[in-house]
Design a protein around this ligand. Structure first.
Ligand code: ZN
Length: 76
């Protein structure tokens, strides 16, 4: 798709690292599927991916970790 931020670039499939903060827990998730703008570098995630990210952040917060680095696990 055309990038809505810079309105010049085209997004391309790739992966990105995403950091999330939830109830004081910091979570860094690697290897997250994303569409990345080839012009400005803006990263876009699909709704399903965003949902899975939030779920993982929730789980991390509940398990009581303060900082965690994990790989993205796509919800089935
Ligand atoms: Zn862009």
């Amino acid at each position: 798709m055309k990038c809505p931020i810079c309105k010049h670039g085209e997004t391309r499939p790739g992966t990105a690292s995403v950091s999330l903060e939830r109830n004081g827990a910091m979570l860094l998730i690697r290897n997250v599927p994303a569409e990345i703008c080839d012009n400005c570098g803006e990263v876009y995630h699909s709704e399903a991916v965003t949902e899975a990210l939030l779920k993982q952040a929730e789980e991390a917060a509940q398990s009581g970790v303060e900082f965690d680095v994990r790989r993205f696990a796509q919800a089935a």
